[in-house]
Design a binder for this molecule. Structure first.
Ligand code: PGA
Length: 250
Protein backbone atom coordinates (compact mmCIF):
# COMPACT_ATOMS: atom_id res chain seq x y z
CA UNK A 1 0.00 0.00 0.00
CA UNK A 2 1.19 3.50 -0.81
CA UNK A 3 0.82 5.81 2.14
CA UNK A 4 0.45 9.47 1.23
CA UNK A 5 3.25 11.61 2.62
CA UNK A 6 2.42 14.26 5.19
CA UNK A 7 4.71 17.17 5.99
CA UNK A 8 3.70 19.38 8.91
CA UNK A 9 5.27 22.58 10.14
CA UNK A 10 5.33 23.19 13.89
CA UNK A 11 5.65 26.91 14.38
CA UNK A 12 5.97 26.57 18.18
CA UNK A 13 5.72 29.96 19.95
CA UNK A 14 6.58 32.04 16.91
CA UNK A 15 4.71 34.56 14.71
CA UNK A 16 2.07 37.09 15.68
CA UNK A 17 -1.21 36.98 13.73
CA UNK A 18 -0.03 39.57 11.22
CA UNK A 19 3.31 37.81 10.82
CA UNK A 20 1.44 34.53 10.34
CA UNK A 21 -0.51 35.94 7.40
CA UNK A 22 2.68 37.27 5.87
CA UNK A 23 4.46 33.91 6.24
CA UNK A 24 1.55 31.94 4.79
CA UNK A 25 1.36 34.29 1.82
CA UNK A 26 5.09 33.82 1.24
CA UNK A 27 5.00 30.03 1.59
CA UNK A 28 1.73 29.34 -0.23
CA UNK A 29 3.20 29.13 -3.74
CA UNK A 30 6.29 27.28 -2.47
CA UNK A 31 4.48 24.40 -0.75
CA UNK A 32 2.27 23.32 -3.65
CA UNK A 33 2.83 19.57 -4.17
CA UNK A 34 0.02 17.22 -5.17
CA UNK A 35 1.82 14.20 -3.72
CA UNK A 36 1.96 15.49 -0.15
CA UNK A 37 -0.48 16.56 2.58
CA UNK A 38 0.77 19.90 3.90
CA UNK A 39 -0.10 21.13 7.39
CA UNK A 40 0.87 24.31 9.23
CA UNK A 41 0.48 23.89 13.00
CA UNK A 42 0.31 27.41 14.37
CA UNK A 43 -0.15 29.13 17.75
CA UNK A 44 -3.81 29.21 18.86
CA UNK A 45 -4.15 32.95 18.39
CA UNK A 46 -2.96 32.67 14.78
CA UNK A 47 -5.45 29.96 13.81
CA UNK A 48 -8.30 32.16 12.58
CA UNK A 49 -6.17 34.36 10.35
CA UNK A 50 -4.12 31.36 9.19
CA UNK A 51 -7.25 29.49 8.04
CA UNK A 52 -8.33 32.58 6.12
CA UNK A 53 -4.88 33.15 4.58
CA UNK A 54 -4.57 29.49 3.53
CA UNK A 55 -7.94 29.41 1.72
CA UNK A 56 -7.67 28.17 -1.85
CA UNK A 57 -4.29 26.54 -1.22
CA UNK A 58 -3.24 22.98 -0.31
CA UNK A 59 -2.33 24.08 3.22
CA UNK A 60 -4.38 22.61 6.10
CA UNK A 61 -4.16 24.40 9.42
CA UNK A 62 -3.36 22.54 12.62
CA UNK A 63 -3.12 23.45 16.29
CA UNK A 64 -0.14 22.80 18.56
CA UNK A 65 -2.15 21.68 21.55
CA UNK A 66 -5.71 21.19 22.80
CA UNK A 67 -7.45 20.36 26.07
CA UNK A 68 -9.35 17.12 26.63
CA UNK A 69 -12.52 18.54 28.19
CA UNK A 70 -15.49 19.84 26.19
CA UNK A 71 -15.79 23.24 27.89
CA UNK A 72 -15.89 24.82 31.34
CA UNK A 73 -13.68 26.18 34.08
CA UNK A 74 -10.23 25.51 32.57
CA UNK A 75 -8.73 28.99 32.39
CA UNK A 76 -6.40 29.44 29.47
CA UNK A 77 -7.22 26.19 27.68
CA UNK A 78 -8.62 25.59 24.19
CA UNK A 79 -11.47 23.11 23.64
CA UNK A 80 -11.64 20.74 20.66
CA UNK A 81 -14.94 22.25 19.43
CA UNK A 82 -13.26 25.67 19.30
CA UNK A 83 -10.56 24.27 17.02
CA UNK A 84 -13.09 22.54 14.77
CA UNK A 85 -15.21 25.67 14.47
CA UNK A 86 -12.12 27.70 13.58
CA UNK A 87 -11.27 25.32 10.72
CA UNK A 88 -8.53 23.21 12.30
CA UNK A 89 -7.93 19.75 10.79
CA UNK A 90 -4.93 18.48 12.79
CA UNK A 91 -3.54 18.90 16.29
CA UNK A 92 -0.09 18.10 17.63
CA UNK A 93 -0.44 16.07 20.83
CA UNK A 94 2.30 15.37 23.35
CA UNK A 95 5.17 17.28 21.82
CA UNK A 96 8.28 16.75 23.96
CA UNK A 97 8.35 20.47 24.81
CA UNK A 98 4.84 20.15 26.26
CA UNK A 99 5.85 17.04 28.16
CA UNK A 100 8.95 18.79 29.54
CA UNK A 101 7.66 22.32 30.29
CA UNK A 102 3.92 21.81 30.74
CA UNK A 103 3.77 18.52 32.60
CA UNK A 104 2.09 16.48 29.87
CA UNK A 105 2.16 12.76 30.54
CA UNK A 106 1.36 9.67 28.49
CA UNK A 107 -2.02 9.66 30.26
CA UNK A 108 -2.95 13.25 29.31
CA UNK A 109 -1.70 12.55 25.81
CA UNK A 110 -4.09 9.58 25.62
CA UNK A 111 -7.05 11.69 26.81
CA UNK A 112 -6.27 14.36 24.23
CA UNK A 113 -5.88 11.81 21.43
CA UNK A 114 -9.30 10.30 22.22
CA UNK A 115 -10.90 13.76 22.33
CA UNK A 116 -9.33 14.90 19.08
CA UNK A 117 -10.57 11.75 17.32
CA UNK A 118 -14.05 12.19 18.81
CA UNK A 119 -14.15 15.67 17.24
CA UNK A 120 -12.77 14.59 13.88
CA UNK A 121 -9.40 16.31 14.32
CA UNK A 122 -6.40 14.23 13.25
CA UNK A 123 -3.94 13.94 16.13
CA UNK A 124 -0.24 14.12 15.33
CA UNK A 125 1.02 12.08 18.28
CA UNK A 126 4.61 12.84 19.27
CA UNK A 127 7.00 10.33 20.78
CA UNK A 128 10.75 10.07 21.13
CA UNK A 129 13.61 9.37 23.47
CA UNK A 130 16.14 11.52 25.31
CA UNK A 131 19.86 11.24 24.58
CA UNK A 132 20.35 9.32 27.84
CA UNK A 133 17.68 6.82 26.87
CA UNK A 134 19.34 6.32 23.49
CA UNK A 135 22.73 5.83 25.10
CA UNK A 136 21.23 3.35 27.58
CA UNK A 137 19.75 1.34 24.70
CA UNK A 138 16.13 1.75 25.82
CA UNK A 139 14.88 3.87 22.90
CA UNK A 140 12.57 1.29 21.38
CA UNK A 141 11.10 0.11 24.69
CA UNK A 142 10.43 3.71 25.68
CA UNK A 143 8.81 4.72 22.39
CA UNK A 144 6.68 1.54 22.34
CA UNK A 145 5.37 2.43 25.79
CA UNK A 146 4.55 6.00 24.71
CA UNK A 147 2.65 4.74 21.66
CA UNK A 148 0.75 2.00 23.49
CA UNK A 149 -0.49 4.40 26.15
CA UNK A 150 -1.27 7.18 23.65
CA UNK A 151 -3.51 4.81 21.67
CA UNK A 152 -5.37 3.16 24.56
CA UNK A 153 -9.08 3.00 23.70
CA UNK A 154 -8.48 3.99 20.06
CA UNK A 155 -10.08 1.49 17.64
CA UNK A 156 -8.18 0.04 14.66
CA UNK A 157 -10.24 2.08 12.20
CA UNK A 158 -9.52 5.25 14.16
CA UNK A 159 -5.83 4.38 14.50
CA UNK A 160 -5.50 4.12 10.71
CA UNK A 161 -6.21 7.85 10.47
CA UNK A 162 -3.83 9.13 13.15
CA UNK A 163 -0.36 10.44 12.47
CA UNK A 164 2.60 9.55 14.67
CA UNK A 165 5.66 11.79 14.81
CA UNK A 166 8.86 10.13 15.95
CA UNK A 167 11.02 12.93 17.30
CA UNK A 168 14.20 12.02 19.16
CA UNK A 169 14.50 14.81 21.74
CA UNK A 170 18.24 15.16 21.17
CA UNK A 171 17.55 16.03 17.52
CA UNK A 172 14.94 18.75 18.16
CA UNK A 173 16.19 22.26 17.53
CA UNK A 174 19.78 21.12 17.85
CA UNK A 175 20.79 20.87 14.20
CA UNK A 176 21.72 17.25 14.95
CA UNK A 177 19.44 15.25 12.68
CA UNK A 178 19.08 11.52 13.36
CA UNK A 179 20.75 9.41 10.69
CA UNK A 180 18.32 7.91 8.20
CA UNK A 181 19.12 4.47 9.65
CA UNK A 182 18.31 5.61 13.20
CA UNK A 183 15.08 7.28 12.08
CA UNK A 184 13.97 4.36 9.90
CA UNK A 185 14.80 1.82 12.64
CA UNK A 186 12.50 3.47 15.19
CA UNK A 187 9.73 4.08 12.64
CA UNK A 188 9.84 0.35 11.78
CA UNK A 189 9.61 -0.47 15.49
CA UNK A 190 6.61 1.84 15.89
CA UNK A 191 4.88 0.17 12.95
CA UNK A 192 5.61 -3.27 14.43
CA UNK A 193 4.14 -2.10 17.72
CA UNK A 194 0.96 -0.95 15.92
CA UNK A 195 0.76 -4.35 14.20
CA UNK A 196 1.00 -6.06 17.59
CA UNK A 197 -1.63 -3.87 19.23
CA UNK A 198 -3.98 -3.90 16.21
CA UNK A 199 -3.14 -5.77 13.01
CA UNK A 200 -1.02 -5.57 9.86
CA UNK A 201 -3.59 -3.55 7.92
CA UNK A 202 -3.62 -0.84 10.59
CA UNK A 203 0.17 -0.80 10.78
CA UNK A 204 0.37 -0.43 7.00
CA UNK A 205 -2.14 2.42 6.96
CA UNK A 206 -0.83 4.59 9.79
CA UNK A 207 1.47 7.45 8.82
CA UNK A 208 4.68 7.93 10.77
CA UNK A 209 6.68 11.14 10.47
CA UNK A 210 10.22 11.83 11.51
CA UNK A 211 10.95 15.11 13.29
CA UNK A 212 14.10 16.75 14.65
CA UNK A 213 16.21 19.22 12.67
CA UNK A 214 14.67 18.24 9.33
CA UNK A 215 16.08 20.51 6.62
CA UNK A 216 15.87 20.86 2.86
CA UNK A 217 19.14 18.91 2.74
CA UNK A 218 18.08 15.97 4.94
CA UNK A 219 14.42 15.63 3.89
CA UNK A 220 14.86 13.74 0.57
CA UNK A 221 16.80 10.85 2.10
CA UNK A 222 14.67 10.67 5.26
CA UNK A 223 11.35 10.75 3.41
CA UNK A 224 12.58 8.12 0.92
CA UNK A 225 12.74 5.52 3.71
CA UNK A 226 10.07 2.86 3.47
CA UNK A 227 8.61 3.57 6.91
CA UNK A 228 9.02 7.36 7.08
CA UNK A 229 5.89 8.98 5.72
CA UNK A 230 6.96 12.61 5.97
CA UNK A 231 8.13 14.99 8.64
CA UNK A 232 7.25 17.27 11.51
CA UNK A 233 9.37 20.35 10.99
CA UNK A 234 10.11 23.10 13.52
CA UNK A 235 12.74 25.71 12.70
CA UNK A 236 12.75 25.16 8.95
CA UNK A 237 8.95 25.51 8.73
CA UNK A 238 9.30 29.26 9.30
CA UNK A 239 11.48 29.75 6.24
CA UNK A 240 11.22 29.37 2.47
CA UNK A 241 13.18 26.13 3.03
CA UNK A 242 9.86 24.60 4.01
CA UNK A 243 8.87 24.74 0.35
CA UNK A 244 11.91 22.65 -0.56
CA UNK A 245 11.13 20.18 2.25
CA UNK A 246 7.56 19.72 1.03
CA UNK A 247 8.92 19.32 -2.51
CA UNK A 248 11.57 16.80 -1.41
CA UNK A 249 10.59 14.57 -4.36
CA UNK A 250 10.87 17.16 -7.14
P1 PGA B 1 13.10 21.25 14.72
O1 PGA B 1 11.78 20.94 15.59
O2 PGA B 1 12.75 20.91 13.30
O3 PGA B 1 13.35 22.73 14.93
O4 PGA B 1 14.19 20.39 15.27
C1 PGA B 1 11.00 19.80 15.33
C2 PGA B 1 9.86 19.73 16.31
O5 PGA B 1 10.05 20.05 17.49
O6 PGA B 1 8.73 19.33 15.94
Amino acid sequence: MMRRKIVAGNWKMNKTPSEAVELINTLKPLVANDDVDVVFCVPAIDITVAVEAAKGSNIAIGAENMYYEESGAYTGEIAPAMLVDAGVKYVIIGHSERREYFAETDETVNKKVLKAIEHGIVPIICCGETLTQREQGVTIDFVRQQIKIALQGVTADQAKEVVIAYEPIWAIGTGVVATTEQAQEVCVAIRACIAEVYDEATAEAIRIQYGGSVSAASAPELFAQADIDGGLVGGASLKPDFGAIVNYNK
